[in-house]
Design a protein around this ligand. Structure first.
Ligand code: FO1
Length: 322
């Protein structure tokens, strides 16, 4: 028996998770999902990254938009518009039902972990996905125009303000969710995979939970990442813009991603187009593996998942584990 803890957020993470979920049996994986993007809006608790993952694994996601559900209708939103209520954050009717249901269960006293589990199961997902924490931990983007809650920065201002820093409000009081703690304590744990998600906005919130980063740096199983950067570009979202604004020595590159995670990683997968960075990354003490990372088909997602499992196995063999 083998078990893998998979740290994910955003669309890149969900795409990779789909490849892994169709490669490994449900009992072998725990998906730990970023909730730094969560917010309360119009009275609802919205968990965008959890929903992106649920919709993707359930085959309900809108692949063109990248978020929300396919075959969506927008009656709720257009009615809000006639009421002069704010509509910058678009909630489709089908999506809305999930927010209503989640909020109602949370109001009854259930934890976000419990609610997520119920929703995932009701939408037919066999794999286990869990929020990173049940506490409120919110990403705040410090910009040249002031501090912005994540969804204001990302959706309302379309990631235009220049990023100076990123903070995680509430992180000091957050604890890993029971699902993540169980995965870490699982005797069959063979490896930890960091998805090709935005390192700063999707993965750092999880790493900001007290003790988690140091735990990963000391854990005896391999921790590997898939770089979300291909040829100096991110596929979607503000990763590239943020990395360029952060004044990183190696700019927006897989080398910068490797340096960002250096203290916790044993290995990293980078795209073939970035092969020439292998040497510099290996010099950080990481096992570097090169392959196709642009996830344009289910087959490529599954191949990438298999590539991760092989890299973990290789590292485990070298330390005689699993
Ligand atoms: N992203 C947008 O760019 N515009 C939206 O109006 C929007 C609405 C939305 C509603 C529900 C949901 O689950 C996600 C939504 N997203 C929207 C995506 C969301 O802001 C991002 O996917 C994440 O927070 C970043 O990973």
């Amino acid at each position: 028996m083998s078990h893998y803890l998979v740290i994910t957020g955003g669309v890149g993470g969900a795409k990779f998770a789909l490849g892994l979920s169709t490669t490994l049996p449900a009992s072998d994986v725990t998906f730990a999902v970023n909730t730094g993007d969560d917010f309360e809006h119009l009275g609802f608790h919205i968990s965008p990254d959890i929903d992106t993952l649920i919709y993707t694994l359930a085959g309900l996601n809108d692949t063109d938009r990248g978020w929300g559900r396919r075959e969506e209708s927008w009656n709720f939103l257009s009615t809000l518009r006639t009421l002069d209520e704010e509509t910058w954050f678009q909630l489709g009717d089908r999506d809305l039902a999930i927010h209503v249901y989640r909020t109602s269960l949370l109001t009854q006293g259930k934890t976000l972990s419990e609610v997520t589990d119920v929703i995932a199961k009701k939408l037919g997902i066999n794999h286990f996905l869990t929020p990173m924490t049940d506490q409120s931990l919110r990403t705040v983007v410090v910009t040249a125009d002031g501090k912005l809650p994540f969804q204001d920065y990302f959706v309302k201002y379309q990631s235009k303000p220049i990023v100076e820093a990123i903070e995680f409000s509430g992180s000091e009081l957050a604890r890993l969710s029971p699902g993540v703690s169980e995965a870490l304590a699982n005797d069959d744990l063979c490896g930890v995979i960091i998805c090709p998600s935005n390192p700063y906005l999707s993965i750092d919130p999880i790493l900001s939970i007290p003790g988690f980063r140091s735990l990963l740096s000391e854990i005896t199983v391999p921790v590997i990442a898939v770089s979300p950067i291909i040829g100096g570009k991110a596929i979607k979202g503000p990763t590239e813009k943020i990395m360029n604004e952060m004044d990183l020595e190696a700019g927006c590159s897989s080398l910068s991603v490797a340096r960002h995670y250096q203290d916790i990683l044993d290995g990293i997968i980078i795209d073939t187009v970035d092969t020439e960075q292998s040497e510099d990354i290996a010099a950080l003490g990481l096992e570097v593996s090169v392959g196709e990372t642009l996830m344009t088909s289910l087959q490529i997602k599954q191949d990438l998942a298999q590539h991760c499992l092989s890299l973990i196995e290789k590292i485990n063999r070298s330390i005689e584990r699993c």
